[in-house]
Design a protein around this ligand. Structure first.
Ligand code: GCU
Length: 657
């Protein structure tokens, strides 16, 4: 097997062997050619012979048909006797339906008659890459960038493989460069990189994917030679209009801009006393004539905080900065909101802007690059966490109040809504460094397309498509994946407190790593208590949620325990719902989490001989590292609390002095 092809590697399928197929469509175009070659490849390998282009004498026929009654990205897949038909209102739907058919062949063979109807839940399903033009990747854990090298745009076979992979999980938009637009990246807007970008956009467009560029709000100064970037200045507006005209007229399928402004030192409209809405709308008007969009990030907070200041609350700032602007953004602006109010920690409450914003287009931002969840050296299958966010009821009072429906735009006539994830891919041959991290890539696509799927179903689908059907492989991999998030949460920072990591690179335990820094992420542990009071007696953050959520979070006795230390300052002798003290809960979680990580090694070793040797060894090495590293986490965190409290573990387990 060729694991560099992830779930798109094909092998002979017993029930298809020796059967003849034909492949028929009246449609044409680059995207149709691509999906026809994919089907041809799959059928050829699975049956042993190439499909024909006329259906008269073959055992089976696959037809790709446009049906104007259907959604342009949805599809109906039917097997009726010898005919398989993929029907959709558009070419994207034909692509997704064809991949689905390939998956069915791969996992179930020919099968009996069936009819499947499917429509993506969210209009935009986006991959955000934080790639820099020097080839590095901000928060990249699987090798160098494949989009950029030596300050140039790279287009090669991997670009085509990438586009195909993304299409196979239903992704329809991609931002290729880091939201922190530094150095040469600002020049992606100019002629200098145009010819390569055209080639890249063509490849993506051939798989139904729109290219987006992250832009620097100061581009008029940085690359336009002007002395201002004031969005109210007509010269600035004219520059963006002309730049956008050029991009949209030359890049097929170009989607628009992704913007990080007035955030963590990035330039923005505040420099001119303008609001986020004024900044975003200026850009939105420049791309409007071409159907373009501006995706404006809400990750905005004061990153120059004084740790002595116990009033300022980073968690509250994103909501505070945007809620007053609800309804002030143009209809082609989308606000991009991280799943939680702080920054991709293993446990955070759902961002209160979901449900809070009622008259604004929004997009949910996840991160599958495991910046704070083990950096693709620890296995940490994130779908259970994503699922919780998507299923969360915001109690917004709108017709649809679940996050998954809000971000799909169910309360709005607009299609400028969606879900994105910061990507975990790089130049490593297996794409994601840790082979098991590919489950997050596959899972994100699957969940964005259909948020009603369960993390178990998705993991099982990924395992079957990637490793085939071997019951032990399936069983053990499922056990590892499905317990990995819980284990990680247990052996790292406790109960929603987050941030006990090494500064800057965010890997490995460091209890006070951020404690006296400027980033606003403090645990404030003393000998008797830990946490920040975010109730209405403290910073008041809990007030950003409507009832009944406000009351739920506002009181220690009702606050969900996994978020206890996010919302409250709690004494170590506080009695948890199961009768243990908070301190004992922290100790036990750390022992249990590390034990589970050790168990991963054992489960994996049972698979020796059943997997490709290279994959087996590579994963084993990482799981061994994880087991060891989780004991380091366990011991450092437990020792920290033991030294503060001088209370030993009630079960007598070893805590170092
Ligand atoms: C995190 C991450 C940064 C990134 C930022 C963002 O803080 O550590 O590298 O730039 O998020 O989302 O913009």
């Amino acid at each position: 097997m060729d694991y560099t092809r992830l779930w798109l590697d094909y092998e002979p399928v017993e029930s298809l062997k020796g059967r003849s197929f034909s492949l028929i469509t009246l449609e044409s175009g680059r995207d149709i050619e691509n999906i026809l070659s994919e089907l041809t490849l799959a059928v050829t390998v699975m049956t042993g012979s190439q499909p024909l282009s006329s259906g008269i004498d073959t055992d089976y026929v696959i037809r790709l048909v446009i049906d104007p009654e259907l959604d342009s990205e949805g599809y109906t897949l039917i097997k009726d006797g010898r005919i398989y038909s993929v029907r959709s209102g558009g070419h994207r739907g034909l692509i997704y339906g064809s991949f689905r058919l390939i998956y069915i062949f791969k996992t179930k063979g020919l099968g009996g008659d069936f009819k499947l109807e499917c429509k993506p839940h969210s209009p935009i399903r986006m991959a955000d890459h934080w790639d820099n033009m020097d080839g590095s990747i901000e928060r990249g854990y699987s090798g160098a960038s494949f989009f950029f090298k030596d300050n140039k745009v790279v287009v090669n076979e991997r670009t085509a493989d990438y586009a195909r992979l993304m299409a196979s999980i239903g992704i329809n938009a991609v931002a290729i460069n880091n939201v922190n637009v530094r150095g040469e990246a600002a020049f992606l807007l100019t002629e200098r990189h145009r010819s390569q970008l055209i080639r890249l956009a063509e490849i993506l467009d051939g798989w139904g994917i729109s290219l987006y560029l992250s832009i620097n709000f100061a581009s008029t100064i940085r690359v336009g030679g002007m002395d201002t970037a004031d969005p109210a200045d007509s010269r600035v507006q004219a520059w963006w209009s002309e730049t956008s005209r050029q991009l949209f007229s030359s890049l097929p399928g170009f989607g628009g801009y992704l913007v990080k402004a007035d955030s963590e030192g990035e330039f923005g409209p505040f420099a001119y006393g303008r609001t986020h809405a004024e900044g975003a709308n200026m850009l939105a008007r420049a791309v409007k004539p071409y159907g373009g969009r501006v995706i404006w990030r809400c990750f905005v907070y004061n990153c120059q905080q004084d740790w002595r200041d116990n009033k300022t609350d980073r968690a509250a700032q994103s909501y505070d900065g945007f809620i007053g602007l609800d309804g002030k953004f143009d209809d082609n602006v989308i606000l991009q909101i991280k799943n939680g109010p702080v920054d991709f920690q293993v446990r955070e409450p759902v961002h209160p802007l979901f449900g809070g914003l009622k008259k604004t287009n929004i997009m949910l931002e996840f991160q599958i690059a495991q910046e704070y969840t083990g950096q693709q050296r620890h296995v940490c299958y994130l779908m259970p966490a994503f699922k919780e966010v998507l299923d969360f009821d915001t109690h917004s009072g709108s017709r649809y109040s679940l996050v998954r429906d809000i971000v799909a735009g169910k309360n709005s006539p607009s299609s400028s809504f969606g879900i994105c994830a910061v990507m975990n891919t790089g130049s490593d041959p297996n794409w994601t460094g840790h082979d098991l991290a590919a489950a997050n890539l596959f899972g994100f696509g699957a969940l964005a397309f259909d948020p009603t799927l369960s993390p178990e179903e998705i993991a099982e689908g990924w395992i079957l498509l990637t490793y085939g059907r071997d019951e032990l492989v399936l069983g053990n991999m499922l056990k590892i994946l499905l317990s990995s998030l819980d284990a990680y949460e247990k052996y790292t920072a406790p109960l929603g407190i987050g941030w006990m990591v090494n500064p800057n690179h965010h890997f490995g335990p460091n209890v006070d790593g951020y404690e006296y820094d400027r980033w606003g992420t403090y645990h404030r542990a003393s000998h008797s208590a830990i946490g920040r009071d975010r109730s209405d007696r403290g910073t008041g953050y809990a007030r950003q949620y409507p009832e009944p959520l406000f009351s739920l979070y506002n009181e220690i006795k009702t606050c969900p325990e996994e978020l206890l230390l996010f919302f409250h300052r709690v004494r170590f002798d506080h009695i948890m719902r199961d009768g243990r003290t908070l301190l004992q809960r922290i100790y036990s979680d750390h022992f249990e989490g590390a034990d589970t990580a050790a168990e991963f090694v054992r489960l994996w070793q049972e698979l020796e001989g059943r997997l490709d040797g290279e994959v087996y060894e590579r994963v084993l090495k990482r799981l061994r590292f994880q087991a060891e590293h989780s004991t380091e986490w366990r011991d450092r965190i437990n020792t920290y609390f033991y030294r503060l409290t001088e209370i030993p573990d009630a079960l007598g387990r070893k805590i170092y002095e």
